[in-house]
Design a protein around this ligand. Structure first.
Ligand SMILES: C[S@@+](CC[C@H](N)C(=O)[O-])C[C@H]1O[C@@H](n2cnc3c(N)ncnc32)[C@H](O)[C@@H]1O
Length: 247
């Protein structure tokens, strides 16, 4: 792993890095990543790509690498590079790749300043990250910059999340799904996991600007940044928009 410009980070970036390194990411795999709602969003987002053998793929905000097994299980062999600002999360992601016999290139990097030349990747995925980035438009611009011409991107953005209301709604949905398929142990596990998510999310609720998008403002942002074509799809369960398309 390679540490880019660690010394030049601002105090607030260091604070955010500390939060993700020490609080959010250590419990992520046993909280959010356990939820059926999140896993369904992950699958739906990844299924938007049409992979070719040898595709280069960048995962922005790869975190603990939950998308890695899902991507490596595809029929096509793709070369994955993952970036995140949490060094500890990247170590976990690296292990997930190794468990599947692949050494994934993982770099400590800010999504708002991707250290890659223009048009470097065939595919870029940014899953469940924009919730946490203050300058999300800059990150979106960077994603489109490093994407090759005709390359495909998938980025998720949260909508209508109102603090506790969002957590309760996810919790209810998970419970409903598991109980109706008589998975009672799973229902309990997800309930506990969701309570854990609530606790680690508390510091995020203190931010000045809460992340929330409407279809219209996303369309405005993407029209301005001019990808070749894009679509905005709603995931009503996870309350995310999946924006996907090609450059
Ligand atoms: C919820 S996790 C998502 C991880 C993974 N994509 C997934 O779906 O499981 C969000 C990740 O975004 C990372 N992150 C937040 N702000 C970032 C930034 N400015 N640049 C790079 N990564 C960032 C956090 O460290 C965290 O690992």
């Amino acid at each position: 792993m390679h540490d880019c410009e660690e010394r030049n980070k601002s105090f607030s970036d260091k604070l955010v890095g500390f939060y993700f390194d020490r609080i959010y990411n250590p419990v992520y795999d046993s909280t959010t990543a356990q939820s059926s709602a999140y896993r369904s969003l992950q699958k739906r987002s990844i299924n938007k790509f049409e992979f070719e053998d040898g595709d280069s793929m960048l995962c922005v905000g790869v975190g603990t690498g939950n998308e890695i097994p899902c991507l490596l299980h595809r029929e096509r062999r793709i070369d994955i590079v993952g970036v995140d600002m949490s060094e500890r999360a990247l170590k976990r992601a690296y292990r997930k790749g190794l468990e599947m016999g692949r050494e994934i290139k993982l770099l400590n990097m800010d999504a708002r300043k991707l250290q890659f030349p223009d048009e470097s990747f065939d595919k870029v995925l940014c899953l469940h990250v924009m919730d946490f980035i203050e300058d999300d438009e800059e990150a979106t611009r960077e994603i489109l910059r490093v994407l090759k011409g005709r390359g495909q991107f998938v980025i998720t953005f949260p909508f209508k999340r109102e603090g506790i209301g969002f957590g309760v709604s996810i919790m209810k949905d998970n419970l409903h799904q598991n109980i109706s398929s008589q998975k009672y142990g799973r229902a309990l596990l997800e309930l506990l996991a969701q309570l854990g998510v609530g606790i680690v999310y508390l510091p995020l609720l203190l931010r000045a600007k809460q992340r929330s998008y409407s279809r219209q403002n996303l369309e405005m942002v993407f029209e301005k940044l001019m990808p070749h074509d894009f679509q905005v799809e709603e995931d009503a369960v996870y309350m995310d928009f999946i924006v996907y398309g090609s450059k």
